[in-house]
Design a protein around this ligand. Structure first.
Ligand SMILES: Cc1ncc(COP(=O)(O)O)c(C=O)c1O
Length: 377
């Protein structure tokens, strides 16, 4: 974009706001030379487990690794099926294939855009081993009916909480509701590293032990490999940085929610749909996603006005060329497919100014008077 007036994200603004703390954390790691795992990572694991209300947190090198290892710890493998959604980042589905299992997709609930529990029961077969709901955009999926189904059918539940650090479901922190949960600390996430990072949280000591071994070559002690593991360890720098940032997370979430309130008020009388915070949820707004019947027109108009936007996600996983062999064609998941055509994410980060939000909202209002009203779901 030639002339960006409002960026979609501004990671520099966050760094500037806590620069002395981050610089000191990096210096500590350089001094200690604990570049892989080490005491800073261990301290972050303790802090993040406490934050999520779990006994354990195992720090990893990405959210994708977290999903992979959670599935393996849950003993998901060839011949098994895992129920998840097509309207997510591709990693939720790819990880099931990494584990050698088959992803079985179900459509989303139209307001929250998260897994529709009503669709899950019909998808359960004797081969089903796990359910993998995604807390999309920072909002929890409807976990009670999902947990209830899982308990009745003896299934493992793995939360994909990659976008939902600090989100709550009926007052409980995500990450503590399923059998295991997976977080990503990719830099743009609500809790983001300065590089790649991820974690599994759990209250189950056996799952914790398996993930802990699997991330470090399946060793139970040095050079004794009891499982076929991976090199999925978190770097010392990321642990130290995440430890600093975790102390600011709740304040950043409050800032995000204030921005959302401003957007919702300014866009209340426009012909776009603003996101819905479900009655069960405390939404942490990793992204602020509106829906428009003319999404591409709206995005083009905003680009002209210097407003950067994103699309999460333009093509549902079952319609991606790489996953065509899952066996679902166009029309298989109408709600996911409709959402993929209509969603547009507006600039949102804790440091965005009220003036910038007002500028975005007025650009949306100006653009959307030209677009036809009425968005179907
Ligand atoms: C829903 C979801 N699942 C999984 C991942 C994978 O996380 P990572 O990029 O850290 O591997 C992401 C990250 O973008 C995500 O948004």
């Amino acid at each position: 974009m030639a002339n960006v007036k409002v960026p979609y994200l501004d990671l520099k603004a966050q760094y500037q706001s806590i620069k002395p703390e981050i610089d000191a954390a990096i210096a500590r790691v350089l001094d200690s030379c604990q570049f892989v795992l080490g005491s800073e990572v261990a301290a972050f694991e303790q802090d993040f487990a406490k934050y999520c209300g779990t006994s354990d947190c195992i720090a990893l090198n990405s959210g994708t690794s977290a999903l992979h290892l959670a599935l393996l710890a849950g003993k998901v493998g060839p011949g098994d099926e895992v129920i998840t959604v097509p309207f997510t980042f591709v990693a939720s589905v790819a990880a099931v294939l990494y584990a050698g299992a088959r992803p079985v997709l179900v459509d989303i609930e139209p307001r929250s855009l998260t897994m529709d529990p009503a669709a899950v029961e019909a998808a359960i077969t004797p081969r089903t081993k796990a359910i993998l709901p995604v807390h999309l955009y920072g909002q929890s999926a409807d976990m009670d009916p999902i947990m209830d189904l899982a308990r009745r059918h003896g299934l493992v539940v793995i939360e994909d909480a990659a976008q939902a650090h600090g989100a709550k479901y009926k007052g409980r922190p995500v990450g503590s509701i399923g059998d295991m949960a997976c977080f990503s600390f990719y830099p743009g996430k609500n809790l983001g590293a300065c590089g790649e990072g991820g974690a599994v949280t759990t209250n189950n000591p056996e799952y914790a032990r398996a993930v802990r071994m699997l991330r470090d070559w399946g060793q139970d002690r040095k050079y004794h490999h009891v499982l076929r593991g991976y090199n999925y360890r978190m770097e010392g720098f990321q642990g130290a940085i995440l430890g600093v940032k975790l102390r600011h997370l709740d304040q950043w979430t409050e800032a995000r929610r204030a921005v959302v309130q401003q957007y919702n008020e300014l866009l209340a009388n426009s012909d776009i749909e603003t996101p819905v915070e479900m009655p069960w949820a405390r939404h942490v707004y990793h992204v602020y996603t509106v829906r428009s019947a003319d999404r591409d027109g709206l995005q083009a108009a905003l680009t002209t006005e210097g407003v950067q936007t994103g699309i999460h996600y333009p093509v549902p996983v079952h319609m991606q060329p790489a996953y065509a062999d899952l066996g679902y064609g166009p029309g298989a998941f109408p709600r996911a497919e409709a959402a993929a055509k209509q969603v547009l994410s507006l600039p949102l980060y804790p440091e965005i100014t009220r003036e910038a939000v007002a500028q975005v909202a007025s650009a949306v209002q100006k653009a959307s008077v030209k677009t036809p009203a009425g968005v179907s779901s």
